[in-house]
Design a binder for this molecule. Structure first.
Ligand SMILES: [Zn+2]
Length: 358
């Protein structure tokens, strides 16, 4: 039962982000980590503790994503501060990123926009603990599908910050609520580069970043010129660093009498997020058509995942190209056609990626 609840909560996040992000749909992860954090007694915004006295020697442009782990010795090199947010959570942030955040926050307040930090740094050990807990409770397969691999979350850097909004004195912390405030986010995003931040998970770039659009997840890069360039070009950090596996992809949502365009888009985002971890070049993604939504296929996805009772099923297909050096799973320099992805809808209405492969 617990699994179902957690799965539904995850599906509510655009890209199963408790893996990468500390959003408020990540109930399980947050409960696990909150207890272990050293909670500071200090009021809002006051840094209370430095983990290190020497100057930071970290690379502020470091790329950490589903393919690139946290650089060696990172956790020994960063200097962090702890703060307590408006809902009483302890949040740990890299020191320069925190100073820049405070400047951004003060600037926003002049325009009547109020933000706070939902979460920032999560150590590799914390992520490992989440992975271990999930493995113990639900098995290794489920854990591997749902929890980000320890070492591969940008939140390990301390440079990734998840904001939340305070609107009319009310804390807006749930992803599905926050995402409604498009005007406020637009104003926030406009100011990011001035303070050395970029918006990290852009819309329609899921196949590159591995995450759906997250207006709240910002990344400190410690260079306002670079932040301006990345923002003006509308590119991701992967693209700026020449590390994107994919350029343009063809997306064909087809036509469906069963599913809305919105649903099909959400499904495609989930496929693209997972694909980003393959390390291959995505060429096209398409909806396989309503004819795949059979009772037989529904029974099959239910059999493949016995903790859930799915009510609908949909199939997507992708074409992609494997890299010259190959991957752990795929051979070198191969064209892959019609690689299949199965998505299923649970009783709460959330769509989840259930299975993929030939
Ligand atoms: Zn995040």
């Amino acid at each position: 039962m617990k699994k179902r609840i957690i799965a539904a909560a995850l599906a509510a996040a655009l890209c199963m982000s408790f893996v990468g992000c500390g959003s408020k749909t990540e109930t399980a992860a947050e409960t696990d980590t909150a207890a272990s954090s050293a909670v500071s007694e200090t009021k809002d915004d006051a840094p209370v503790k430095s983990t290190q006295d020497e100057a930071s020697t970290i690379d502020y442009l470091a790329l950490v994503n589903k393919l690139n782990p946290l650089p060696d010795n990172w956790e020994d090199s960063i200097e962090t501060v702890h703060m307590t947010n408006s809902v009483g959570d302890d949040v740990e942030v890299e020191k320069k990123a925190y100073d820049a955040y405070l400047a951004l926050k003060a600037d926003l307040e002049k325009e009547g926009i109020y933000v706070d930090l939902d979460s920032a740094r999560r150590s590799v050990a914390e992520q490992q603990r989440i992975m271990d807990d999930f493995t113990k409770e639900y098995g290794a397969d489920y854990a591997a599908k749902t929890v980000a691999k320890p070492g591969y979350s940008e939140h390990h850097t301390g440079l990734a910050l998840d904001l939340y909004l305070i609107v009319d004195g009310e804390d807006i912390v749930l992803n599905e609520d926050m995402i409604q405030y498009t005007d406020i986010w637009a104003k926030i995003h406009e100011k990011l580069p001035e303070y050395g931040f970029i918006l990290r998970y852009l819309e329609d770039k899921e196949h590159i970043t591995g995450y759906g659009y997250e207006p709240w997840h910002i990344r400190y890069i410690d260079n306002t010129d670079t932040a301006k360039e990345i923002t003006e070009k509308g590119i991701t950090l992967e693209e700026y660093l020449g590390a994107a596996k994919t350029t343009d992809i063809a997306v064909d949502l087809g036509s469906s009498e069963l599913y809305t365009e919105e649903e099909l888009k959400e499904m495609a985002v989930q496929v693209k997020c997972k694909f980003a971890g393959f390390g291959c070049e995505l060429i096209s993604i398409r909806y396989a058509g309503d004819e795949a939504a059979t009772e037989e296929n529904l029974a099959r996805v239910n059999a493949a995942d016995d903790g859930n009772n799915y009510v609908k099923v949909a199939e997507f297909l992708t074409d992609f190209h494997t890299p010259k050096e190959g991957t752990a799973v795929f051979g070198a320099d191969e064209d892959k056609k019609d690689y299949t992805w199965w998505l299923a809808q649970d009783e709460e209405g959330g769509w989840q990626l259930v299975d993929w492969g030939y």
